[in-house]
Structure formats: structure tokens, C-alpha cells
Design a protein around this ligand. Structure first.
Ligand SMILES: O=C(CO)[C@H](O)[C@H](O)COP(=O)(O)O
Length: 154
């Protein structure tokens, strides 16, 4: 059974409907969901939303974060600028599985112009329920953390 988690979720204007679908599904599935916005249809910038979700995760208020954009590309770039965030842009359940198993991602990024709501639910479910494999993958995440600190890799 999938562990129940505290999840911070955000999306820009493109992600509004998909966010509503995921909030409903996650809540029905027993997760504690914190919807960080946006809440209206007006056009907004996504980097502050990415930063907000990252803050929730890094501050321990949420175990995982989800960010939704049009394609999600910019959201992944923005999220991965923040030290300690490993954000995976996943547009298939296979990518979601590897994102958790190999990359131990703490933020899932989705693109509402790329996939539909049913795929978003399947991807999110896979991402949440797939455990991190550790071992050689942990070594690589340690190397990524060293890059974040500006240390050279040999
Ligand atoms: O997915 C995104 C970035 O990767 C954004 O949702 C997208 O760029 C927003 O564009 P617009 O303001 O034209 O809707």
C-alpha cells in the first residue's frame, strides 16, 4: 500500500484544471494536500510557485511537492535551481518510476499541455508509490549534491 504523505502542490494558469484533478485524487487517496495556488485563471509566473513548493519540502512541511505548468520544462529548470530539490519532469509512468527509483525526486513536474488528467493521476500514483533504490543511485545523488555545492567531480 502506498504510504500517505503531506504533499504541497502548485501550478500556473495552465495547470489549474490538472491541479484540481490531482488535489481531488490525492485527497481521496488519503494524502494531506496543501494547494499553494494559483487559484484563478489569470496569467501568473511559475518560478515563485516553484520556490514556494520547494520551501514547503525543504522546510519539512511537505514530504513531496508537485508543480504543474504548460509543458513543465521551465518549472523543472526553476525547481532544480534550488539546493536540495530534485525535480523530475515526467510525462509517462516509466519516467515517474525511474524518477523515484533512481533520482529520488522530491518534486514531480507535469505539463498540462502534454498529458491529460488520467495520465497525470497514473504518473503521480507511480511516482509516489515507487521506492528509491539507493546503492549506486545514492552515489550519483551524492555527486549531484557535490555539484550543487560547487565542488569539482573527479
Ligand atoms: O510550462 C511552462 C514553462 O515550461 C509555462 O506554463 C509556460 O511557459 C507559460 O506560458 P504562458 O504564459 O504563455 O501560458
Amino acid at each position: 500500500m502506498m504510504p500517505r504523505m503531506r504533499i504541497a502542490i502548485a501550478g500556473d494558469h495552465n495547470g489549474l484544471l490538472m491541479k484540481a484533478t490531482l488535489v481531488e485524487w490525492l485527497t481521496a487517496d488519503g494524502h494531506q494536500v496543501d494547494d499553494r495556488g494559483t487559484h484563478g485563471a489569470e496569467i501568473v509566473d511559475y518560478p515563485p510557485l516553484c520556490a514556494d513548493v520547494a520551501r514547503q519540502v525543504l522546510g519539512g512541511h511537505a514530504e513531496r511537492g508537485i508543480v504543474i505548468g504548460g509543458t513543465g520544462g521551465g518549472e523543472a529548470i526553476a525547481s532544480n535551481k534550488i539546493r536540495g530539490i530534485r525535480a523530475g519532469l515526467c510525462h509517462s509512468t516509466f519516467l515517474a518510476e525511474i524518477s523515484s527509483a533512481h533520482n529520488n525526486t522530491n518534486v514531480l513536474v507535469l505539463g498540462a499541455k502534454v498529458i491529460g488528467p488520467a495520465e497525470a493521476v497514473a504518473i503521480t500514483s507511480t511516482w509516489l508509490s515507487t521506492p528509491f533504490k539507493g546503492e549506486r543511485h545514492q552515489r550519483r545523488l551524492d555527486q549531484i549534491a557535490a555539484l550543487e555545492r560547487g565542488e569539482p567531480l573527479h
